[in-house]
Design a protein around this ligand. Structure first.
Ligand code: AMP
Ligand code: MG
Length: 493
């Protein structure tokens, strides 16, 4: 394997390795397993530029790097160890098919993990083949970039490389490697792993490292473990509220799939609501609805409780008092979540001042959505268009069942300090007209699997500007036609 002057040597790689300064119990050095025929399928030009990478050089020479056949200069790949509660059951995991090449230091002075996903077996692969397939990697690329465009913290996707190999799932499928970019890949499960090893020194090193990387202002805190838990509780409360406000269902909120940075991670069976229903589940394996849309805040708090447990050995004082302090922080989650959610709900309804009934106004809108089986995104977008309409206007694209609610909303808007023009402008900024629609994603991936990337590229372009209504995105604004079978996603990625 060529590492010195290989492809990408002029691309602007500037890889650092702070994570591998941690005790070796937390990772393993591994090499990507070369693939038969590397070909660059997707490259994220704007993200490359932000990372200080030259997209033109990468386009010519990057396939080998993004498929794992060549290491970029300065790479020192590791597989990270972590644990996790998967559907409530504790398991020891780790990067079973991913490798961290290093941390790219950007021209703006930021540090981003560069990770290959699908790069071959590692020490943590268990029964898996270490590989990934094209459809799900393109899916992660599309949806993560769609989330980013919606303004929601997320890991990003820099590239997808095809491997020229066939990977056996329920049938042979084209292999691919995704290059994922994150402020870090430290998960709730990373802390669970360190805690499960029963070595407080390891846990303390991980906490110090994570605080230095993600919350340096907490380094002087009296009780860093508590301050850190509070920071993660706050980030997750904000993140989950953002998901709920766009109708995003993550689908597999295991503790290994929850970052401490507050970025959305691991786009497996995730999908967006079309028709609003709080119990919506897309994942074929989530039989009990554990990760249903409306369950997400509760599950987030459950996951954060696992983080709190892991931090227990680092909290000062007697165990009983330590538990009390952790629980006190954990129990702020509902309040924090509620505040983030209400702020977002007000923005969606065009409200700038605060009234006691605002949460109820939002919930009542959802109730009408549910009753009328209306589309979540399209209904909010339609509402934004109504802010400037005169009371009693018959032009509403919302069903007649919305009339009483609309009357209440208009009355509420009349007490706003801003005029209808400004309310409408704010609503348009808070209510996307475009989300990555399930039928569009499936259509794109089916074509890509058959060798036609054009629908994926078109979809990517459309979902990259989710707040503008254009002639070109009209066809991407609708959900599945009424009467379509329920959308179902699969974990077999
Ligand atoms: P996920 O469901 O993607 O969050 O993955 C859960 C765990 O399974 C992680 O430790 C992954 O690295 C591992 N994993 C998933 N797919 C594979 C695979 N094909 N080969 C090896 N490990 C895998
Ligand atoms: Mg995962």
């Amino acid at each position: 394997m060529n590492t010195a002057n290989g492809p990408g040597s002029n691309a602007g790689w500037h890889l650092a390795h702070s994570y591998s300064q941690l005790p070796e119990a937390l990772f393993t050095r591994e090499k990507p397993l070369p693939v038969r025929f590397a070909a660059l399928t997707m490259l994220n030009d704007p993200l490359a530029a932000d990372l200080g990478l030259d997209a033109d050089v990468l386009r010519h020479e990057g396939a080998a790097v993004f498929a794992g056949n060549e290491l970029p200069p300065g790479a020192d790949p590791i597989a990270q160890a972590y644990a996790g509660h998967q559907f409530g059951h504790f398991t020891t995991l780790g990067d079973g098919r991913a490798l961290l090449l290093g941390e790219q230091l950007t021209p703006a002075g930021q540090r981003y993990d560069i990770q290959l996903k699908g790069s071959g077996r590692t020490r943590y692969s268990r029964g898996g083949d270490g590989r990934a397939v094209l459809g799900p990697m393109l899916r992660e690329y599309l949806i993560s970039e769609g989330m980013h465009a919606l303004g929601i913290p997320t890991t990003r996707s820099l590239a997808v490389a095809a491997t020229g190999e066939s990977v056996l799932r329920d049938r042979p499928l084209p292999g691919a490697v995704l290059t994922r970019v994150a402020t870090s890949h430290i998960r709730v499960g990373t802390f669970q792993y360190a805690a499960a090893l029963g070595r407080p020194d390891l846990l303390a090193a991980l906490l110090d490292y994570t605080i230095a990387r993600h919350a340096p202002d907490l380094q002087q805190a009296e009780e860093p473990a508590l301050a850190f838990l509070e920071a993660v509780v706050e980030r997750q409360a904000s993140l989950i509220a953002r998901w709920m406000l766009v109708g995003f269902v993550h689908g597999v909120m295991n503790t290994d799939n929850m970052t401490v940075s507050g970025e959305t991670i691991d786009y497996g069976p995730c999908a967006f609501l079309d028709v609003y229903h709080p119990d919506t589940v897309f994942s074929s394996i989530d039989h009990g609805g554990r990760y249903a849309y409306a369950q997400q805040p509760t599950i987030a708090q459950w996951n954060l409780a696992r983080l709190a447990e892991s931090l227990l050995p680092l909290v000062h004082g007697e165990q009983e008092q330590a538990i009390e302090k952790l629980v006190a922080i954990l129990s702020t989650f509902p309040e924090r979540y509620g505040q983030h959610h209400l702020a977002g709900a007000r923005a969606k309804l065009g409200l700038t001042n605060q009234e006691a009934d605002d949460a109820d106004l939002y919930t009542s809108f959802l109730a009408v959505l549910q009753e009328t089986e209306a589309d979540f995104t399209a209904s909010f977008a339609a509402l934004a268009a109504q802010a400037e309409d005169q009371p009693g206007s018959l032009a509403s694209p919302l069903a007649p069942a919305f009339a009483p609610w609309l009357a209440r909303w208009r009355e509420r808007l009349s007490r706003e300090p801003v005029g209808p023009g400004e309310a409408s402008r704010q609503m348009r900024a808070a209510n996307p007209v475009i989300i990555p629609r399930n039928l569009r994603v499936e259509e794109a991936l089916t074509a890509a699997e058959a060798g036609d990337l054009a629908p994926t590229l078109r979809l990517l372009e459309v979902i990259s500007s989710p707040f503008c209504e254009t002639a070109a995105n009209e066809a991407y604004r609708h959900g599945a036609p009424a009467g379509s079978p329920a959308y179902c996603t699969f974990c077999g990625t």
